[in-house]
Design a protein around this ligand. Structure first.
Ligand code: ARG
Length: 464
């Protein structure tokens, strides 16, 4: 006789139930209930396959199928009683199935283990998140493309070291982020392709002696094929790590952009106005409009990259195959996924709503000797001065303008000729910011025509 009171699932071997602390450290139901839908989908596929291969009867499979649907509706309806004593989502679902359909429930676990079950559930969950990230990235890219198209020829300062460097266009700056989020999108898609193999049927670690059909469960769950090594399949969390590293890189991009928005929306810059919908006020300073969403997006990279590091540390010392350490994978991924999706949506909202302050951008574009490189290039192109010498001449003229408190175009031709006697009136044509950006026609350069070409290329790619 087995003592069912000691443990509902393995009472045969155990005489006593677990200590309360053991139960607390062991249970994952508090968080893995988020995989309920995936767990039930996996069980349905498994039961249908067991019937198709003659391992269980059609009647049992049908009872299991109906019962699982009832369990799912209880979970979705919020009436399901989750139990910590039952450890995790897998055993909670199976125990409830037994209450509903009785004996056939006990046949569901034939030819599988919680090890391949959890790997399957978790992969399905992560795959859904990759799909959500893809949608979020596409929406953000579209919002950036609208900004770029509207301001393809708006001039603004381009920076290096956050010091004025050369004039660029607003559209060009927006398109820089399109490229970054475009690479994130491609990483998301790559990761999905690589992860899309079904662990189900790997059983505890060695496979099973039952004549299961792994192709059948793989295709029922939308996987491209079954995994090819059962030891690897139950102990692989690369897919979760890849998800977290893709998320980390994307969060880093989001954070860089958020940082720019924080700077740009300040009273000192006034490059952009964020909408009221994506700003907050101050409880004490009535004039304030704070870019809180941008600041929070900037901060999210910490927890997302932290999750990546945490799971890497969990995995690095584990011998094959499954170890319980791996249960620590889920909370990290859940938290990172929630915050990544939120950050993507908040950034999309901010970009859609924000308005660039064209006048402030233009005024800043012309200050800080931003066309000094154009002057040097003119000396090289027209007077055939070696670039290093042209750099020196230009530096002398910048110093002269700086000491007079004026900009380069405000110097007279005589001033310029005092430094290099070959300079002619023609030089003034390159000192204006519009001319400067229009001249940057190299592929991928800041000229409005180049920006418009890139916007068109992206639009075509997104439609195709
Ligand atoms: N809750 C467990 C996890 O998340 C499920 C797998 C348990 N397997 C085992 N052999 N104890 O990893």
């Amino acid at each position: 006789m087995t003592d069912q009171s000691s443990n509902q699932m393995w009472g045969g071997r155990f005489a006593a139930g677990p200590d309360a602390i053991m139960e607390a450290i062991n249970a994952s139901i508090g968080f893995d209930k988020r995989m309920a839908a995936q767990d039930i989908a996996g069980s349905r596929a498994h039961a249908a396959m067991l019937a198709a291969t003659g391992v269980i009867t059609d009647n049992d499979a049908e009872a299991i199928r109906e019962g699982l649907l009832t369990v799912l509706s209880e979970i979705e309806g919020g009436t399901f009683q989750f139990s910590t004593a039952l450890e995790d989502i897998h055993m909670n679902v199976e125990a409830r199935l037994k209450e509903i359909i009785g004996e056939p429930a006990g046949r569901l676990h034939t030819g599988r283990s919680r090890n391949d079950q959890v790997a399957t559930d978790f992969k399905l969950w992560v795959r859904d998140q990759l799909d959500a990230a893809e949608s979020g990235l596409l929406a953000l890219i579209r919002a950036l493309l609208s900004q770029a198209e509207a301001g393809a020829d708006w001039v603004m300062p381009g920076f290096t070291h956050l010091q004025t460097a050369q004039p660029v266009t607003w559209g060009h700056h927006m398109m820089a982020y399109v490229e970054m989020f475009g690479r994130d999108l491609s990483r998301v898609r790559d990761a999905r392709v690589r992860m899309n193999e079904s662990p189900l049927g790997s059983a505890a670690l060695a496979g099973t002696s039952f004549p299961i059909d792994r192709e059948m469960t793989a295709s029922a769950l939308g996987f491209d094929r079954p995994t090819a090594n059962s030891l690897d399949a139950v102990s692989d969390r690369d897919f979760a790590l890849e998800f977290l590293s893709v998320a980390s890189i994307c969060a880093m991009h989001l954070s860089r952009f958020a940082e720019e928005l924080v700077i740009w929306s300040s009273a000192q810059f006034r490059f952009v106005t964020l909408s009221d919908r994506f700003s907050t006020g101050s409880s004490i300073m009535p004039q304030k409009k704070n870019p809180d969403a941008a600041e929070l997006i900037r901060a999210k990279v910490g927890r997302i990259f932290g999750a990546n590091t945490a799971l890497m540390m969990v995995m690095k010392g584990l011998p094959l195959a499954y170890s319980k350490d791996m249960q620590e994978d889920k909370e990290q991924v859940f938290d990172a996924a929630d915050n990544w999706m939120l950050a993507l949506a908040a950034m999309e909202g901010m970009v859609k709503d924000m308005s660039a302050n064209r006048e402030a951008l233009a005024a800043a574009a012309g200050s800080g000797f931003s066309t000094a490189t154009d002057l040097a290039d003119w000396l090289v192109r027209v007077l055939k001065v070696p670039f290093r010498d042209a750099h020196h001449v230009t530096g002398t003229l910048v110093a002269m303008a700086e000491s007079r408190g004026c900009d380069l175009p405000d110097l007279s031709l005589e001033d310029m000729q005092g430094v290099h006697d070959g300079i002619t009136e023609d030089v003034f044509s390159v000192l204006g910011v519009e001319n400067s950006v229009n001249s940057r026609m190299s592929y991928g350069g800041t000229a409005p025509a180049q920006v418009r070409a890139q916007v068109a290329r992206w639009k075509e790619m997104l439609e195709g």
